[in-house]
Design a protein around this ligand. Sequence first.
Ligand code: 5AD
Ligand code: SF4
Length: 472
Amino acid sequence: MPLDKLICKYDMTQAGYCLKIKEILKNKFGEKIPKVFVKTYGCQQNVSDSEKYKGMLFQMGFSFTDDQDDADVILFNTCAIRENAENKALGNLGWIKNIEKSKPELFVILCGCMTEQENIIEKIKIIYPFVNLVIGTHSAHKFPELFYKAYQKIHEKNGRVFVSEKTDIVPEELPIKRDGKLKAFVSVMYGCNNFCSYCIVPYVRGRERSRRPEDIIEEFKSLVDSGYKDITLLGQNVNSYGKGLDENINFPELLRRLDKIEGDYKIRFMTSHPKDATEELFGVIANSRHIAHHIHLPVQCGSDRILKLMNRKYDTKTYLEKVSYAKSKIPDLTLTSDIIVGFPGETYEEFKETLELITKVRFSSLFTFIYSPRTGTPAAEMPDPFDKAEKTKRILELLKLQEEISKNLCKEMVGKRVRVLAEGIEPKSGDIMCRTDGNIIVQIKAKKEIIGSFIDVLITDSRNESLIGKLI
Ligand code: 5AD
Ligand code: SF4
């Protein structure tokens, strides 16, 4: 289907439902403003989605609380990427089961990736009968309408609303209540077509679809105008941005257009699939005014046999070539990555190849995960002879090596001048906490008035994974 047919605007109908809900809340709570507790699990995409749910809940007349005991509504934005993420959400639902008896009017909403899994609705109906509304990742733009329908049924037995549709859409113009004042997320695309053999994302988030550049640019400009300084473009694989749009545009071109916007800000993006990271992309970063000299480029592992089984569509040689090309174009580039340890059948020798690769690349930090089988993915069917204890041993070995690399990279920064964003106050020391392009924390002594500005600092010392500096 042409992508413009997928655009679903948050329109007057939904805003109308917000007003209706506001009326109901007024009758029910009087002067008191009811509160929502929002708990987000998983990745930045989920954080960004929660900000949209919050924007709509705010329009309905709710305020927010960090104390779940104090809440009238609880929203869990769930993650399905690994078993432990799922268990966390399920554990918290178990907790609600206990308090639900003393708080029968508590309204419980479940959304996010977990709600898009096969047969999940049936499971929730049986195990968690107190959940009032289940809303899949593809239906967020209809949240007020679905909320209204479910909220009216709050007292009815079996009067719950479950929506887990698989209609790939591009939601636009949703109200957003952002968590920060300096950092913001902007989704540039949704879904994923890559089907890495271990990953559940393509099954729960649907096919790749990009937002129109003009919609992204408008949102981006309004963030810059409102004083946001550190803006991250989000997508499961931003490098395939633009496919299917009427206009012939790719991700480097989108970056070029955003970089032209006047103002004082940094652009970040994640995630970049290595197979689609091109020389054009590295060139745009090198020649830009605003793009952070940092790339998160998940390699996943250092064995060509395992990369093939993972369906990653690159080998270590191409990955290393891309990294050295990027470093030659952007000498102060910081690289970070994701690593999966213990993919089915990965031998110790193959794991060692991962250690070799990270020693060669010298990532500044890593997100490391033990492989978690996800039902419905090809990897979950592969023989997996190594047990959890062996995989845990390996991940500890990896973390130890990475700690050493991060520490050495920080040491090498001493004596350098870097431009950082002053983000806040470190509570213990009262120092100002700043962040480099590569997401490394630098602590400096300075007046709190500098918070929110980009400043030049001299790095004077290093800790394990952070830096000490002074204002120039
Ligand atoms: N098990 C462990 N890690 C996974 N990831 C994705 N799926 C799994 C899985 N089944 C990791 C990958 C990905 C990151 C977001 O999560 O490293 O890049
Ligand atoms: Fe999952 Fe691979 Fe898509 Fe990333 S690129 S979301 S790891 S399938």
